[in-house]
Design a protein around this ligand. Structure first.
Ligand code: 8YV
Length: 324
């Protein structure tokens, strides 16, 4: 008998076939309490779940009495109640390495497009406004040789530092829970406290997971410390930044701009004041969204679930303590 699993995100055909080889699969749209009631039998039998973005808390876990493993097709797992999983002994698997370079590319795209106003001026060209030689109202600000401040020196922060330092000659400052020797030796990155990071960075690049400690870590007080010419980049999780405070800082022009791939509410409401601010580049959470990387994430998530349900976990496990 193959273990039963719930799949709540479409997979490429070959990966779906691999999942079917190992498990009896029930497809559901989202992991919600309503769907748990509608498909109660499948939930009651499921030993594994695989997908992304749905909220998994104690109430949902109560509908999954046989669950042993959860495999998320993402690096972030803030949508999971980790304490509840640990209490139930459910192992949580994620996809941390495969998306690193792609997300760092996205962050560099946000740096370049917000500094050089790429989206805004391209729209003006399309609107027929380019009629002669351009003046200062089309100009941006330089990226090369500026100071990049990285908040959170994990895998993605490191890949961003590499691009900024080697590709653009930028100097790197960073703040993280601890010193990162590789960042310091390879990219000459300088460790500093958060205040120094805020005061000195031309680009404040946030690459942090969302936790109780990082929620609204950048708020009114922190934004007030940034340079008037600084640009804030966030491609981690929206709620790390107090969005209302950011909107006010941008409206009052106490900072120059923002490049955002993540928001407090996603999809970003169409009436968000962020969309009316010319200094803002807003992307629809495309950090990892390339064909290659999304395939790799789905492949790793399938492999992670197979490993977890056969008791052969070697990597990509968020809570290995439940295995002991
Ligand atoms: C995901 C992300 O693709 O991995 C993450 O944590 O934010 C994105 O890369 C997104 O959650 C949708 O799966």
């Amino acid at each position: 008998m193959k273990p039963e699993v719930l799949l709540y995100k479409p997979l490429p055909d070959d990966l779906r076939a691999r999942l079917d080889e190992h498990f009896t699969v029930t497809v559901i749209k989202d992991l919600t309490l309503e769907n748990a009631d509608r498909q109660a039998d499948a939930f009651a039998r499921a030993e594994g779940i695989i997908g992304s973005s749905s909220k998994v808390d104690a109430a949902l876990l109560a509908k999954l009495p046989k669950l042993r493993a959860a495999s998320t097709i993402s690096v972030g797992y803030d949508n999971f109640d980790l304490d509840a999983l640990n209490q139930r002994g459910v192992v949580l698997m994620h996809t941390p390495t495969v998306l690193t370079e792609t997300v760092a590319d996205t962050m560099m795209a946000l740096v370049l497009s917000s500094a050089r106003r790429v989206v805004e001026v391209a729209e003006r060209v399309k609107a027929g406004e380019w009629r002669g030689s351009i003046g200062p109202d089309w100009f941006g600000t330089d990226v090369h040789h500026k100071k990049m401040g990285i908040l959170g020196m994990g895998r993605i922060g490191l890949a961003l530092a590499q691009r900024a330092h080697h590709g653009f000659g930028m100097s790197i400052l960073y703040n993280a829970r601890k010193h990162h020797e590789e960042a310091e030796s390879r990219f000459n990155a300088r460790y500093c406290d958060l205040d120094t990071l805020l005061r000195e960075a031309d680009f404040l690049c946030i690459s942090l997971p969302l936790t109780e400690q990082t929620h609204h870590m950048i708020g009114r007080e922190q934004l007030a410390k940034m340079k008037p010419d600084a640009i804030l980049i966030n491609a981690g999780r929206g709620p790390v930044v107090d969005e209302q405070a950011l909107i006010e800082a941008l409206q009052n022009q106490t900072i120059r701009g923002a490049g955002l791939d993540v928001f407090e509410q996603e999809p970003l409401p169409v009436d968000s004041p962020l969309l009316k601010l010319p200094g803002v580049v807003a992307l629809p959470h495309i950090g990892s969204a390339t064909h290659e990387t999304r395939y790799g994430m789905a492949r790793d998530a399938v492999d992670n679930l197979i490993a977890a349900l056969s008791g052969k976990v070697e990597k990509n496990c968020v809570n290995p303590q439940v295995l002991r």
